[in-house]
Design a protein around this ligand. Structure first.
Ligand SMILES: *Cc1c(COP(=O)(O)O)cnc(C)c1O
Length: 417
């Protein structure tokens, strides 16, 4: 009976209405111009505390120069997938630079981090006979992993088990549930909405003992942590044997776009054959690869950018403490301010915007219910004064507003643990 068939567009509209009622609606804002420290939105200049441009490279003149020079000589689009004539010299140079930086044998480019995670996980858990064997593969993941890791395991059809955030014992228990199955353990290196660093060394020891394959998504660690900014895995002094599958993105600290997976030659050779999001997609524009090579040189060798970030992070945390603003346990440029209630987080974000700061409210389902927050991120482009002014504005924005009596008190004020 066609008349009883549910209407898909109506279901979508119902979900939109539900999110509106629950203060969970998301909105695309058009930014007129900006960098890691300031943006212009609706004609107003806002100090920008939401970008992932941690090192301030996205508008660096050397990157712009590398991009335009490559585009002038090579054009814009790659014109094809990597395996069908789209792989250029710039891609090879970038893959070699990424492998050198991360201390891996080889690296393989993907067009985005989302696609790298989908492709690598599906290739690993489904190798050989997609579908039929994936069911006998266990994928164990941190509860707070990025959506692309979770989606990768879901799409691959393996058994997905999630462990308590950053809890190695919980991860061990999940591995023990299927002791006979092949297993992949995947974790963010730096958690994107919390800013804390995964317990990588104990996880690597667990994986070695349990013969599970460890995969680390270092989207927010690369460029920021470790010697020469080589990432959270390098900071933990873990080799390619300890972390056989290392994924990183090029659109965050490197200020460009794209992603890669790095590891042994055998891993990369396998992914080239079977990672569908590598095989069946257009190669990234070669000019972006050229710009990223320049970004790596700056990220590696201009250590003052990381030193500056470290000073700003310390300044922010110290200043928040002095003002009674509770923060989460983070030593990275991701410094979330917990609020709890979604409506209260939205209200605080709006007050900050009125005061000249762009700090978006992060709400469910991006974070667990009841854990809405203001996600402050710092960039080497910020000044100490920017941070000081933000702290003053935060202290005011987080005060329970008398006009919102029902929402005042618990879960709204700055003193929530
Ligand atoms: C941003 C991010 C991704 C996705 O990378 P894109 O290149 O933006 O698609 C994957 N994992 C983590 C942890 C991220 O923060």
């Amino acid at each position: 009976m066609t008349s009883s068939r549910p209407d898909l567009l109506k279901r979508l509209a119902d979900e939109h209405a539900r999110r509106t009622r629950a203060q969970l609606l998301r909105r695309v804002r058009t930014v007129e111009t900006g960098d890691g420290a300031a943006i212009v939105v609706d004609g107003r200049r806002l100090t920008h505390f939401a970008s992932n441009d941690y090192l301030g490279l996205a508008r660096h003149p050397a990157l712009v120069e590398a991009l335009t020079r490559a585009a002038r000589s090579d054009g814009v689009g790659a014109g094809a997938a990597h395996l069908l004539g789209g792989h250029r010299d710039e891609h090879t140079r970038l893959e070699e630079a990424l492998a050198r930086w991360t201390g891996r044998e080889r690296a393989l480019l993907f067009s985005t981090g989302y696609m790298a995670n989908l492709g690598a996980i599906a290739a690993l858990v489904g190798a050989g006979d997609p579908g039929a064997r994936a069911a006998q593969v266990l994928c164990v993941q941190d509860k707070l992993n990025h959506a692309s890791l979770i989606d990768g395991a879901r799409l691959a059809g393996c058994t997905l088990k999630r462990y308590v955030h950053a809890n190695v014992d919980s991860a061990a228990r999940q591995l023990d549930t299927c002791p006979g199955d092949a297993a992949l353990l995947a974790t963010d290196g730096v958690f994107s909405m919390d800013g804390d660093v995964a317990p990588l060394a104990p996880l690597a020891a667990l994986c070695r003992a349990q013969r599970a394959l460890l995969m680390v998504d270092d989207a927010h660690g690369l460029g920021v942590l470790g010697p020469d900014g080589a990432g959270s895995v390098a900071e933990a002094e873990l080799s390619q044997d300890d972390v056989p599958v290392l994924m990183g993105t090029l659109g965050k600290a490197l200020g460009v776009f794209g992603a890669f997976v790095a590891g042994s030659a055998a891993l990369i050779d396998g992914l080239v054959q079977t990672a569908r999001s590598f095989v069946y997609t257009t190669a990234m524009p070669p000019a972006l690869a050229a710009a990223t090579c320049t970004a790596i040189d700056i990220a590696r060798f201009e250590g003052w950018r990381r030193d500056r970030l470290a000073r700003l992070i310390a300044h922010f945390r110290h200043g928040a403490h002095a003002r009674g603003i509770a923060l989460m346990e983070s030593r990275t440029p991701i410094q979330p301010v917990p609020v709890g209630d979604s409506a209260a987080a939205l209200a605080a974000s709006a007050r900050l915007e009125a005061a000249g700061f762009y700090v978006p409210a992060i709400r469910p389902p991006t974070v667990p219910p009841g854990q809405a927050r203001l996600r402050v991120t710092l960039s080497a482009l910020h000044s100490e004064e920017d941070v000081e002014r933000l702290l003053d504005a935060l202290a005011i924005a987080l005060e329970p507003s008398p006009s919102r009596g029902g929402l005042g008190g618990d879960g709204v004020g700055p003193t929530r643990p």
